[in-house]
Design a protein around this ligand. Structure first.
Ligand code: SF4
Length: 593
């Protein structure tokens, strides 16, 4: 018997059915990954296991059996003690999940079993902190969350989850907010602890690399249903996946080997989950849909030991597996003339040390130099806090510099006053990471796009409406978007609006600061394809700031690797990714899962 058995689970929130007929099992010591894009029902499935559904949500059917016990029959008091002791959860965002007014020692102690003396509690917390790799755990007991880095907070969350000695650990996107090195450390930690303690692990992720690296088996979710389950092959990973949706997801992942090819984008959107489905939920987006797909829901078909799929074509594998020929993508060719020259750029801050009158200098950017030509993409990569974004702000004139030069289109711009900088502001534009917070929610899209043009004197007032229509078409949005507000759009569409806003003032340099890290893999593919197309058509120079090395391999001509404010390696993308010379670049690449 498995540790966890989920049978035909359904969840309802009002008229919406975010989870519909989901069945899977997890054995002790086994890792099962639920993989899928936003809104597929993964997190809602996990919350249903713990009976922690959001307000208005209820379990609409099915059975959950944990350690042989039917959870539906447990009163809330028993369920409360099962949470933490039987099953525990690590949430995605430690920043908001830890209590900011309690020390980390107090928060972990709260999750320990009852009946321990103060001394035993203290010893248990110190042991747990040591186990999750917090240095000098006895001294850290009294720290508050704000005193810890992102990686340390995530370790504290893991210690808190382990405090009740759970038999099943649920990790919901545990590394999404972390950079590549921290991600590798945290995943390794979770894997080691699960193995050592013989815990079952339910890993929820939208990252195919993470699922492949961590899981024994993977279940792929789409529109509230599991559509495929398969074991992870030690050699082939998920290459044997069959479902057209799974295969499209895999083809949407960027990488060096896909440079020069158009990434597979999945047309359309996930259907709304407040309606009944007659046929396959993927039918509207599936390139293989045929007669029965719209009239009959596919049942499970077994393809191999442990490999099941919901698809009417399961009996005809050649029909699905033969269509992976990628379309070529004409990459932009860099020109000869540099549009941006950065020489010995330095940005320093003064920071208080916590002692009376104590101050120290932080060299956030420490003498970096590079140039960028029209039509060229330079990726600036490195861990969080290495100075990438500060360098971008200095180039845009948004933060004062403490040394060096920035020349934009032949003009020294760094250090200019706001009035003298204004004519150059148009030349360099930025697209931010989070399309949800970077657009004014109270402005219509048409006004958002015209605002920059009006402020920087681009075009005549009476022609700006036409320019907006042309921009929307260029970034793949319908003309009626002008009258709508940002909240009416998906994350990928909002990022298209942000790109259109940047292009509206006809810049020569586009800085993209982690433009796809908040997006699902299929939407990321659309945005990367769009950036490559726009750069080729407009001849833009692009500074691409990211910790996503797969996207770098796909899009960038050259890479600059930053560590502690300095560029430690700079060269052609293929050379750096295939033959890194600097030990830091080597360790960064070794961390990619
Ligand atoms: Fe595509 Fe039909 Fe299979 Fe659904 S059942 S994935 S529409 S071929």
């Amino acid at each position: 018997m498995s540790l966890l058995e989920v049978e035909n689970l359904g969840v309802r929130i009002g008229a919406v059915v975010p989870v519909d007929g989901v069945s899977f099992s997890i054995g002790a010591g086994e890792t099962f990954a639920l993989l899928g894009e936003s809104g597929s029902g993964k997190s809602m499935t996990a919350l249903a296991l713990l009976r922690l559904l959001p307000a208005g949500g209820r379990i609409g059917g099915g059975e959950i059996r944990f350690d042989g016990q039917l959870l539906g029959e447990l009163p809330e008091s028993k369920m409360r003690s099962l949470r933490g002791r039987g099953m525990a959860m690590i949430f995605q965002e430690p920043q908001t999940s830890l209590n900011p007014v309690m020390t980390i020692g107090e928060q972990i102690a709260e999750a320990l079993p009852g009946g321990l003396s103060r001394e035993e509690q203290r010893n248990a917390v110190v042991r747990l902190l040591g186990e999750v790799g917090i240095a000098d755990p006895a001294a850290r007991l009294h720290s508050y969350p704000f005193e810890l880095s992102g990686g340390q907070k995530q370790r504290v969350m893991i210690a808190q989850a382990l405090a009740g000695e759970p038999r099943l650990l649920i990790a919901d996107e545990p590394t999404t907010a972390l950079d590549v090195t921290l991600q590798a450390q945290i995943l390794q930690l979770i894997k080691r602890l699960a193995r050592e303690r013989g815990m079952g692990l339910l890993l929820i992720t939208h990252d195919l690399g993470v699922a492949r690296h961590m899981a024994d088996r993977v279940g792929i979710m789409y529109a509230g249903q599991l559509i495929e389950q398969l074991p992870v092959d030690a050699e082939a990973g998920l290459a044997r996946a069959f479902h057209p949706y799974t295969r499209k997801l895999m083809a949407a992942v960027p990488g060096l080997e896909r440079a020069g090819q158009r990434l597979a984008a999945i047309p359309g959107r996930v259907p709304p989950l407040d309606r009944a489905f007659a046929g396959c939920r993927f039918a509207e987006r599936c390139p293989h849909a045929f007669g029965p797909c719209t009239s009959a829901a596919p049942g499970w078909s077994g393809l191999a030991e442990g490999h099941q799929v919901r698809c009417h074509l399961a009996e005809h594998p050649a029909a699905v597996r033969g269509d992976e020929s990628a379309q070529p993508l004409e990459m932009p060719r860099p020109g000869q003339v540099p549009v941006l020259e950065v020489r010995d750029l330095a940005v320093s801050f003064t920071q208080r040390t916590g002692q009376l009158f104590g101050k120290k200098q932080i060299h956030a950017v420490d003498g970096i130099s590079f140039e960028l030509r029209m039509g060229e993409t330079l990726a600036l990569v490195g861990e969080s806090g290495c100075g990438k974004t500060t360098a971008a702000k200095a180039i845009l004139g948004l933060t004062p510099i403490s040394g060096g030069r920035v020349e934009l289109d032949g003009q020294q711009v760094a250090g200019l006053s706001e009035r003298r900088f204004k004519p150059y502001r148009r030349l360099a534009q930025i697209v931010f990471q989070d399309p949800y917070s970077s657009l004014n929610p109270r402005m219509r899209v048409g006004d958002i796009l015209q605002e920059g043009m009006a402020a920087l004197g681009v075009g005549e007032a009476h022609t700006r409406g036409q320019s907006v229509a042309a921009l929307l078409e260029k970034v793949g949005l319908d003309p009626d978007a002008v009258t709508r507000y940002p909240h009416e759009f998906s994350g990928g569409q909002r990022q298209r609006i942000a790109i259109a806003r940047a292009l509206a003032v006809r810049p020569k340099l586009l800085i993209c600061d982690e433009p796809t890290s908040a997006l699902d893999v299929s939407v990321q593919a659309q945005i990367l394809n769009l950036l490559a197309d726009l750069q080729r058509e407009e001849g833009l120079a692009m500074l691409f700031i990211t910790h996503n090395l797969a996207a770098v391999g796909y899009l960038a001509h050259r890479v600059a690797v930053m560590q502690a404010g300095k560029i430690v390696e700079l060269g052609a993308t293929r050379d750096i990714l295939a033959h890194p010379q600097h030990p830091y670049t080597q360790s960064l690449l070794a961390s990619v899962v």
